[in-house]
Design a protein around this ligand. Structure first.
Ligand SMILES: N[C@H](CCC[C@H](N)C(=O)O)C(=O)O
Length: 259
């Protein structure tokens, strides 16, 4: 079988995008998705995303982590599929689409995609670790020297910690740069490695920084792959709506692969 694919990236979080409006992609073949995402034996990506039709929306997003399993919400992937749908001509400036965590609205400009994220209803303390769900589960931990932190080692220990079983969690390490800017590095579940950026992760970080450091809206985030902005409305200290993740998302290349 020959597959046509597109490669997109949003602040270095990279994805294989497939136009699957005719629903021919074998989505239950986990080994195939894993192989397509493999950086040596496949195309290489942090995840794979199918663009499918939906009767009530411009499109539906189906997201798989690099391990081939269907994942929870992916913020950078969401921004990339919005750019993809725009490149396919499915909408002009504003879109409504469906993802695993429900409806999303997004706006595109030449440079950026602004994606409305799900509302956040709580921030927990799990035995000393700050945990919240922004569409995907995230731990947020402040550290002093993020540059030299072993993110894979420290992140993996928390990802598999008993407090977050059975699903596990993504893990974000954060160091404030100034009163409105944070440096973030993320260990991603399902990729089982550090990625260059994680959209639901930096969203979680911004909300926690508002709660714990009084950081005002919007929060600016620096990741290994570039800069993002998170804007939000704080209803209480741990409830947020009108959350938007804003930053670049670009097509890198297109290709065909025989599988
Ligand atoms: N990179 C993604 C997160 C994917 C979530 C995934 N790692 C999981 O929790 O299963 C993002 O930009 O939000």
């Amino acid at each position: 079988m020959t597959l046509e694919f597109f490669k997109y990236q949003g602040t270095g979080n990279d994805f294989v995008l497939i136009d699957d409006r005719n629903e021919t992609f074998p989505a239950s073949d986990q080994a195939l998705v894993e192989r397509l995402c493999d950086r040596r034996f496949g195309i290489g990506a942090d995840g794979l995303i199918l663009l499918r039709n939906d009767p009530q929306y411009h499109f539906r997003m189906v997201y798989f982590n690099a391990d081939g399993a269907e994942g929870s919400m992916c913020g950078n992937g969401g921004r990339c599929i919005v750019r993809f749908a725009h490149d396919l001509g499915l909408f002009e400036r504003e879109t409504r689409f469906l993802a695993v965590d429900g409806e999303h609205i997004a706006f595109v400009t030449e440079e950026t995609v602004s994606l409305k994220m799900s509302d956040v209803t709580g921030i927990d303390n799990r035995g000393g670790l700050t945990f919240l769900n922004t569409g995907s589960p995230h731990v947020v931990q402040f550290v002093d020297d993020l540059e030299s932190l072993d993110v894979v080692k420290e992140g993996r220990a928390i990802r598999y910690d008993a407090r977050f079983q059975p699903g596990g969690t993504n893990v974000n390490f954060v160091q404030p740069i100034d009163g409105g800017t944070l440096f973030v590095r993320t260990y991603e579940r399902g990729v089982e490695d550090e990625t260059y950026s994680c959209g639901t992760g930096v969203t979680a970080v911004a909300l926690v920084a508002h709660q714990q450091l009084n950081m005002p809206d919007p929060v600016l985030i620096k990741t290994l792959g570039g800069n993002l902005r998170v804007s939000f409305n704080a209803k209480t200290q741990e409830q947020f709506d009108s959350i938007h993740l804003i930053g670049p998302a670009k097509r890198v290349f297109a290709g065909t692969i025989t599988v």
